[in-house]
Design a protein around this ligand. Structure first.
Ligand SMILES: NC(=O)c1ccc[n+]([C@@H]2O[C@H](COP(=O)([O-])OP(=O)(O)OC[C@H]3O[C@@H](n4cnc5c(N)ncnc54)[C@H](O)[C@@H]3O)[C@@H](O)[C@H]2O)c1
Length: 259
């Protein structure tokens, strides 16, 4: 018996790296998988290997995201799991060197794509009566990452999105979480970065390790959590520190969150 027998999963960025490994693991666990990627040939190759449905689409485009979910839902009859994982890096460290084009290129996939995906998944899962959404943030979503400060900002945004939307969707039976991997051996890392890590003897994680964390999140009852994936450790939820509370009149009170 697979952990996802009878379930339908949509994976974005499924043609390579973490998305590919997760699509493969989901299928091995019994899920029917829609493999979505801007690289249509890559999506078709992965879907062909796992008996899934390939979908070509640009996850930075809201109509394309809606179309991908509609295609998968129409084909399989519903969606139980969405892995919002497509992402890019731009490796710009100095804000003076950032062009509008580079900023737009990363923001539209890493941030807009997750917002559009959350929206489409939550609509489909309402129709299904529940589901699990996992978004790929990064360790860079929890710490500074000077080599790519906009990448870092988009990944922090994913953490904020997941933690803020989870309480709204949990009563509907829809759980939303993030996975926060450290350096993983995929095409997003340049050859220079891979060489540097090899030289200092710091191993990169195999994408399969992140896929197992994603499966763990899907199979758990976690909601609003961010699971850190590090070399040599099991994935674990990041413990957020509280912020200083108010003093004086408001001390001990919590402001209302529903406006
Ligand atoms: N590799 C790492 O070290 C690492 C660490 C932390 C987080 N991440 C995140 O993991 C996710 C997956 O990246 P990866 O490491 O597997 O890299 P990857 O480059 O191997 O895979 C990314 C996939 O996303 C697809 N993609 C890019 N833009 C797209 C778009 N507009 N629409 C649809 N698909 C698109 C690519 O075609 C590719 O198949 C990304 O969000 C990345 O930021 C990676």
């Amino acid at each position: 018996m697979g952990q996802l027998d009878g379930k339908v999963a949509l994976v974005t960025g499924a043609a390579s790296g973490i998305g590919e490994a997760t699509a493969e693991l989901f299928a091995a666990e019994g899920a029917s998988v829609a493999a979505v990627d801007i690289d249509g040939d890559g999506a078709a190759a992965v879907a062909g290997r796992i008996g899934g449905l390939p979908i070509e689409g640009d996850m930075g485009d809201s109509a394309a995201v809606d179309a991908a979910f509609a295609t998968a839902e129409g084909h399989f009859g519903g969606i139980d799991v969405a892995f919002l994982n497509a992402g890019v890096a731009i490796a710009v460290a100095d804000p003076a060197a950032l062009t509008d084009e580079e900023y737009e290129r990363i923001r539209r996939v890493n941030l807009d794509g997750v917002v559009y995906g959350l929206r489409a998944a939550s609509r489909a899962m309402r129709r299904r009566g529940g589901g699990a959404i996992v978004a790929t943030s990064s360790l860079a979503g929890l710490i500074p990452f000077p080599p790519d400060f906009v990448y870092d900002a988009t990944k922090h945004a994913v953490v904020g999105l997941v933690r803020s939307v989870a309480p709204t969707l949990e009563p509907l039976g829809i759980r939303v979480n993030a996975v926060n991997p450290s350096m993983t051996d995929t095409r997003i890392l340049t050859d220079d970065v891979k060489k540097l890590f090899a030289e200092i003897g710091f191993p990169l994680m195999p994408p399969r390790q992140i896929a197992e964390a994603v499966l763990g999140l899907v199979a758990s009852d976690a909601s609003g959590e961010c699971w850190v994936c590090q070399v040599g450790r099991d994935a674990e939820p990041y413990e957020f520190h509280g912020v200083p509370g108010p003093r004086g009149e408001a001390e001990g009170r919590t402001p209302p969150t529903d406006t």
